[in-house]
Design a protein around this ligand. Structure first.
Ligand code: UD1
Length: 367
């Protein structure tokens, strides 16, 4: 009998689910994996399964792209019959993407226990789709695993019983340590050895959906590129918008790449002088790698990367980016330290807790 049905849907989920699946197998907890298909192409999905040794999904919903409502609704519709068929004791979701909330909601309504890995992170910015997914998923979760201590305070503020929350550390960093030796050297990914370079990732709707913001960002990146070569693996959303707005010429001179695989990205970050990003996960990965990170957002849901790690919150304003870049070039950037429990053992902590917790979950909650 399957005890835990694990969910993955989009690129940032895959590096989180990999160590969880491995730890469940190691501790003898019967698990199955479901891929919603929110991300579906080789560059955004399949390559990660191969690189990270994730077992092929037992179920695939193949939802594909759509508006948030369509995507979330499609996952819910297609997930419900699978859940009824598998009858797990619990559904385990990770992170904050649309698939996370959609599957948690179906499970909660069906009276199936919900486990949320990476709970309690808050940007306090409700214009971010992920923030809505985080708040709602946490509200309907039975067991909440956190990556940093600030998360508990956020959850308590929202009325969640602290007895359901456990600080276990960061499963994504488990994956990072496990794969660091296999990281593809930057020179191989780039096809040339750059003595120094910056890596840029850009895909948040707030940065790439508005032509004025995107133009200003690409222009300041162009300036940076004149003193430190900028490598840019282009997210499909960003590429589409650059084409739509007629901004292709603004990419001239940058080292453009298609979306890269996990081991390529790890190598690119590890060997970089500096990372500029609007991603959530990359703020944490650069902290674990000790590489300075400038975050091109107004806020972060991962404050430990600021207080202990190598991250600096800069926002999308070109003058602020220019100043922060100059500071890193002059002073080397923040050194930081590794946060508590970002030690490669987070997924095993989760599995040990589940060993004790699952047998206590008798039957369904009344729906
Ligand atoms: C989603 C997540 C975000 C995460 C990001 C990482 C939500 C709300 N957002 O945003 O948290 O940081 O993934 O990538 O869940 N596309 C492809 N190939 C794919 C997948 C998508 O070309 O395999 C295209 C889609 O057609 C769409 C665009 O990329 O035009 C955006 O994809 P979507 O899943 O809607 O959201 P992301 O912006 O990627």
């Amino acid at each position: 009998m399957t005890q835990v049905l694990c969910i993955a849907g989009a690129r940032p989920n895959f590096m989180k689910i990999a160590p969880v699946m491995a730890a469940l197998a190691e501790t003898g907890i019967a698990a199955q994996l479901l891929h919603t298909g929110q991300h579906y192409d080789a560059a955004m999905s399949d390559g990660f399964f191969a690189d990270l040794g994730i077992p092929p999904p037992d179920h695939h919903l193949e939802v594909g792209s759509g508006s948030h409502a369509v995507q979330t609704a499609e996952v819910m519709k297609r997930f419900e019959p699978v859940l009824e068929n598998v009858q797990p004791a619990a559904v385990l979701v990770v992170g904050d993407v649309n698939s996370t909330l959609a599957c948690a909601l179906v499970a909660a309504k069906r009276g199936v226990r919900v486990i949320h890995v990476e709970a309690g992170l808050r940007s306090y910015d409700r214009s971010m789709p992920e923030e809505i997914n985080r708040v709602l998923t946490d509200q309907i979760s039975d067991l909440l695993f956190t990556t940093e201590k600030s998360a508990l305070a956020n959850l308590v503020r929202e009325g969640i019983d602290p007895a359901r929350v456990e600080f276990v550390g960061n499963v994504m960093i488990d994956t990072l340590y496990r794969n660091l030796e296999r990281a593809v050297p930057a020179a191989r990914t780039l096809g040339t050895a750059l003595p120094q370079y910056a890596v840029l990732t850009l895909h948040r709707p707030s940065n790439v959906d508005d032509p004025h913001t995107l133009a200003a960002l690409l222009d300041v990146v162009g300036e940076i590129n004149r003193s430190l070569p900028v490598v840019l693996p282009l997210h499909p959303r960003t590429r589409a918008n650059i084409e739509k707005f007629g901004f292709t010429a603004r990419l001239d001179g940058l080292h453009l790449l298609p979306p890269v695989g996990y081991l390529e990205m790890l190598g690119l970050m590890r060997d970089a002088r500096l990372v500029l990003t609007d991603s959530g996960g990359i703020q944490e990965e650069t902290t674990a790698l000790g590489v300075p990170c400038l975050t091109l957002r107004e806020n972060t849901e991962r404050p430990i990367t600021l207080s202990e790690g190598t991250n600096t919150l800069v926002g999308p304003d070109p003058a602020a980016i220019r100043a922060a870049f100059a500071e890193v070039m002059a002073g080397g950037g923040k050194a930081g330290r590794i946060p508590e429990y970002w030690d490669g053992r987070a997924a095993m902590r989760i599995a040990y807790t589940l060993k004790g917790w699952l047998p206590m979950q008798k039957g369904r909650r009344s729906a």
